[in-house]
Design a protein around this ligand. Structure first.
Ligand SMILES: Nc1nc2c(ncn2[C@@H]2O[C@H](COP(=O)(O)OP(=O)(O)OP(=O)(O)O)[C@@H](O)[C@H]2O)c(=O)[nH]1
Ligand SMILES: [Mg+2]
Length: 276
């Protein structure tokens, strides 16, 4: 929000050089604070200038100009106090794009209404919007899982993905950069079969979109979370899903069944996430 209306930042000018051997005074540095996880990109060349991932990390994006030299610099034996001094040079000017990649440990992806926000709401203290229609989540939600022993990790709940997301359908794809750096991706698949959905088709469709976004994402650790296991057809659908997975998938992703309603499987899931 800070950058919405304030887009130009200019450090104050240093002083010019002058007589009486005065070198131009340096001006104060201008420091622009950004959140952790900000990638700084040169808007013109597209080059990544730097990645601010640590607290208090700093990056110089534009150097000030060389200060003007005072008259003593131009002194000679003949003229020990010349009446010339230099002006300072202008500082660098750059156009930058700041991109925030949320530094979550765990990223939740899946079809709309797969139960991503509900899962976030039961394992963290976050209170995301939850509803029975698609695209309830419009921007990522973050929550912290905190254990009694002091361990914790951050979970990012993303807007749902649909077929064609990588070509701009729906709104999920623009947020996928948030899972690029998570330690593990939780791929939520609704096992209820409601609305005539086929869990395995959903699963394949989402992976296709992830792959189209960035092939490397599918190489990242992924756990398949089978959701809504409290609903009547879920157990049968899960058995079929596992069979289809074994028949069609080379990758060996683990499948963890959960219900955010009965809380079955949640503890196992959290324990598993601690190992990443
Ligand atoms: N029975 C049952 N219903 C669930 C469970 N988890 C979520 N739901 C329901 O499924 C619907 C969608 O849940 P959300 O958590 O909003 O789904 P989402 O994946 O965040 O959806 P988008 O934000 O649209 O991508 C809601 O009506 C939830 O109450 C579950 O474990 N069991
Ligand atoms: Mg949601």
């Amino acid at each position: 929000m800070d950058f919405r209306y304030h887009r130009k930042f200019k450090a104050p000018a240093g002083g010019n050089g002058a007589n009486k051997s005065m070198t131009g005074r340096s001006a104060e540095n201008l420091v622009v604070p950004v959140p952790e996880g900000t990638t700084v990109i040169n808007e013109v060349t597209g080059e990544v200038v730097g990645d601010l991932t640590e607290p208090d990390q700093e990056l110089v994006v534009a150097k000030g100009g060389r200060g003007g030299r005072g008259n003593i610099h131009f002194a000679s034996a003949k003229n020990p106090a010349p009446e010339i001094a230099e002006n300072g040079e202008p500082g660098e000017e750059v156009s930058l794009k700041l991109e925030l990649k949320v530094l979550a440990d765990v990223g939740l992806v899946g079809f709309p209404s797969a139960g991503k926000s509900t899962l976030l709401s039961v394992i963290t203290s976050a209170k995301p919007k939850i509803a029975g229609y698609h695209f309830t989540t419009l921007v990522p939600n973050l929550g912290m899982v905190r254990l009694n022993d002091g361990r914790d990790f951050a979970v990012a709940d993303l807007p749902g993905l649909v077929e064609g997301a990588s070509e701009g359908v729906g709104l999920g794809i623009q947020f996928l950069r948030h899972v690029e750096r998570t330690r593990v991706i939780l791929h939520l698949v609704d096992m209820s079969g409601e609305e005539g959905r086929d869990p395995f088709e959903d699963y394949l469709a989402i992976n296709k979109e992830l792959e189209a976004y960035d092939e490397a994402i599918l190489e990242r650790p992924q756990i398949i979370v089978a959701t809504k296991m409290d609903l009547p057809n879920s157990a049968d659908n899960l058995a079929e899903f596992k069979q289809q997975l074994a028949d069609n998938e080379q990758r060996n992703f683990e499948v963890l069944p959960i219900s955010s309603v009965t809380h079955d499987g949640l503890q196992e899931l959290v324990q598993k996430l601690l190992t990443y």
